[in-house]
Ligand binder design. Structure first.
Ligand code: KIV
Ligand code: ZN
Length: 385
């Protein structure tokens, strides 16, 4: 089974979610949990962004031991120096240098010709090489960059000895077949490409970050980048838990796996949500409150007979205790009777019929019927008779 390396950027791209600001203590708390989750690489921040971020990256670098700690840097000596300072004390430091390559960014943001982009990145890599043995290089907005210029840039980075080349779909513009084809093209056209790992970094503007990342894996990506709960700039980044569970659930299809401790997924998701203040939507894949909840009578009946009827993965895999059968107006007698048994009520057939009728009346008026509601409607009847 091919191993896919997980580069977590919750503390950097994730923190770039509007309204999110993590202090050093919060970054440390998340970093320790990410270490338990078993990620391979952790981008702890962008040290040149502020003295506070530099200090936070340094605290993370000194604290975590089993993970490569990464600091982000533009292709500027000043930024590279900030990462050097921030990663003092890291057991396995890595610098992540980026420069935009697309025509839109070259013209409007950088005001550079192609050759200037290439030279700027190359001289940044040469400067960084003096201080770092591990370098990742990203072609920002690779998704909208000409293929032949990408080949030129990646060839240059390979020649400079970087360990990882990242191909970001910075604005979430591509679809899976296009994104996968880029990886295939680079594999086929960049000399010595086997000397580097290729990395996928997707944004979710069109809701395709997970699909695009999986397409990259199918076309030879060795590393995936993403965040917990998919938080990040605008519509967010690839959700790491979605990739890990897609690979786990469809092993026979992808033939690739992360080495995450999957049972830490749920705890990590809750911690990130709590500390960032970003609420996880109920229907979010894998970690939403409804991801393992069933409301309709038909589904509940199926679940009570055999869980695989309506669940393709178990809640225990991601560290949850069990699935939930939520009682509401779509629920049926089977789930209702099981609930009563769980709550210690053994009703005869007639009592059950009456209680079920009262439950349906109540369910028509409420979105979800709670244990207290059920207790009330059963106890009331027991007192009446
Ligand atoms: O989306 C992006 O292009 C980035 C780079 C800094 C890698 O986050
Ligand atoms: Zn990004």
């Amino acid at each position: 089974m091919r191993k896919i390396y997980v580069f977590d950027t919750t503390l950097r791209d994730g923190e770039q979610s509007p309204g999110v600001n993590l202090n050093t203590r919060e970054k440390l708390e998340i970093a320790y949990q990410l270490e338990k989750l078993g990620i391979d690489r952790m981008e702890a921040g962008f040290p040149a962004a502020s003295p506070g971020d530099l200090a936070a990256v340094n605290a993370v670098a000194k604290a975590v031991k089993n993970v490569t700690v990464i600091g982000l840097s533009r292709s500027k000596e000043h930024d590279i120096d900030a990462v050097r300072e921030a990663l003092i004390g890291a057991q396995d430091p890595c610098i992540h240098i980026f420069l935009a390559t697309s025509p839109i960014h070259r013209k409007h943001k950088l005001k550079m010709e192609k050759h200037e982009v290439l030279e700027t990145a190359q001289s940044a890599l040469r400067y960084a090489k003096k201080y770092f043995s591990k370098i990742e290089f990203s072609l920002e907005d690779a998704g909208r960059t000409e293929l032949d210029f990408m080949v030129e840039m990646v060839s240059m980075a390979v020649g400079e000895g970087v360990k990882v080349v990242n191909i970001p779909d910075t604005v979430g513009y591509l679809n899976p077949s296009e994104y996968g084809a880029i990886f295939r093209h680079l594999k086929e056209n960049v000399p010595d490409i086997e000397k580097v790992q290729l990395s996928a970094h997707c944004h979710n503007d069109l809701g395709m970050a997970t699909a695009n990342t999986l397409a990259a894996i199918q076309n030879g990506a060795d590393q995936i980048e993403g965040t917990i709960n998919g938080i990040g700039e605008r519509a967010g980044n690839t959700a790491i838990e979605e990739i890990a569970m897609a690979l786990e659930t469809r092993q026979e299809f992808f033939g690739a796996k992360t080495s995450l401790n999957l049972s830490e997924i749920s705890r990590t998701s809750r911690l990130v949500s709590k500390l960032t203040g970003m609420v996880v939507p109920g229907n979010k894949a894998i970690v939403g409150a409804n991801a393992f909840a069933h409301e309709s009578g038909i589904h509940q009946d199926g679940m009570l007979k055999e869980k695989t009827t309506y669940e393709i993965m178990t809640p225990e895999t991601i560290g949850l205790k069990e699935s939930k059968l939520v009682l509401g107006k779509h629920s049926g007698r089977h789930a209702f009777r099981e609930k009563l048994l769980d709550m210690g009520y053994e009703l005869d057939e007639q009592e059950l019929n009456q209680a079920f009728a009262r439950f349906k009346e109540l369910a028509d008026k409420k979105k979800e019927v709670s244990d207290d509601d059920i207790m009330a409607l059963v106890e009331e009847k027991l007192v009446d008779t």
